[in-house]
Design a protein around this ligand. Structure first.
Ligand SMILES: [Fe+2]
Ligand SMILES: [Fe+2]
Length: 260
C-alpha cells in the first residue's frame, strides 16, 4: 500500500481559517441553495465521530495504521464542520453544538443498533475492513467532488477559498482509503464479493440515514444533476470501477437517477 502514514501524521492539522474573511458573507451572502448544501455538509462533517464509533467496534481497531489514520481523520473532519459552522453563523443560521445536538436527538432508533451490527458482522467475516475502507474511499471521493461542485455553483470567492482548503485535506483522506481498499480487495476474492454485495445493497450518498431524505435528494440533484454534475458523478463511478472486483456498479449514477 502506497499511503505513508508517518507523513500524514506529520502534516495532519486543524484547518487553517484564521485569514478567511467570514464577514464578507454579510455584504455578499450565499444563495439559499448553497446554504442548504452547507447545512447538510456541516451536519455530516460533524457526524464523523459517530462513523468512527462504528468502525472502532470492528476488527479494524487491531490495525495500528488504520487507528492512527482515523485519529487524525476525525480531528480534521471536526474542523471542517467548525469552519462550515462559521459560514452558517455569518448568515445568522444556527450552527455548531446546538445544531449538532438537535441532529443527534432526531437520529432514527435503529442508529443505536449500528455498533452492535458492525461488531457482529466483524465477528462473522474477516473482510469487513475491506468494506469499510472501500466505503470510505467512495464517500471521500463524493465529498471532495461535492465541495468542488458547490464552489463552482455558488461562485463566491470566500467560499471557494475555504472549500479549496477543505478539499486538499479530503484528498489525503481519499489517498488513505483508496490505497487501503485497493490493497485489501486485491488480496482476496471473498473481500471483493462481500464489498461488491454490500455496496450494491446498502450504499447511499454520504449523510443518508442521518439527514432527511428530501435533503439527500436535493443535494444529489443540485450538485450531481445536470450535464456538468453527471459528468462528475460518472468520474467517481469510473474510479470505483478501477478497484479490484468492483467494476460496473454505477453507484453515483444510480444515486442521482434515484434522487431525480
Ligand atoms: Fe471533511
Ligand atoms: Fe474527509
Amino acid at each position: 500500500m502506497s499511503f505513508d502514514i508517518d507523513t500524514y501524521r506529520r502534516i495532519s492539522a486543524k484547518l487553517d481559517v484564521d485569514d478567511i474573511d467570514f464577514g464578507a458573507f454579510r455584504d455578499r451572502p450565499l444563495p439559499p441553495e448553497a446554504l442548504r448544501c452547507l447545512r447538510y455538509m456541516h451536519d455530516v462533517e460533524n457526524h464523523t465521530v459517530c462513523y468512527l464509533r462504528d468502525i472502532l467496534v470492528t476488527r479494524a481497531h487491531r490495525d495500528p495504521e488504520i487507528t492512527s489514520f482515523l485519529t487524525f481523520w476525525n480531528y480534521e473532519e471536526h474542523w471542517h464542520g467548525e469552519a462550515i459552522a462559521k459560514v452558517l453563523a455569518a448568515h445568522g443560521e444556527p450552527a455548531g453544538a446546538g445544531r449538532i445536538a438537535t441532529l443527534r436527538q432526531r437520529l432514527p432508533k435503529r442508529d443505536a443498533w449500528r455498533p452492535l451490527a458492525f461488531q457482529l458482522a466483524s465477528a462473522v467475516t474477516p473482510h469487513l475492513t475491506a468494506v469499510h475502507m472501500t466505503w470510505g474511499a467512495v464517500n471521500e471521493w463524493t465529498t471532495q467532488a461535492g465541495y468542488a461542485r458547490l464552489a463552482q455553483r455558488a461562485d463566491h470567492p470566500v467560499l471557494s477559498d475555504l472549500l479549496r482548503r477543505i478539499m486538499k485535506q479530503e484528498g489525503r483522506h481519499i489517498d488513505f482509503y483508496a490505497s487501503q481498499a485497493k490493497g485489501r480487495l486485491s488480496e482476496s476474492r471473498a473481500a471483493q464479493r462481500l464489498t461488491r454485495r454490500a455496496l450494491r445493497r446498502f450504499w447511499a450518498p454520504v449523510g443518508s440515514g442521518v439527514m432527511p431524505d428530501e435533503e439527500v435528494r436535493f443535494l444529489s440533484t443540485y450538485l450531481f444533476g445536470g450535464e456538468d454534475g453527471l459528468g462528475v458523478a460518472e468520474r467517481i463511478d469510473r474510479r470505483v470501477d478501477r478497484l479490484p472486483g468492483l467494476d460496473g456498479l454505477g453507484l453515483m449514477r444510480g444515486a442521482v437517477a434515484t434522487a431525480a
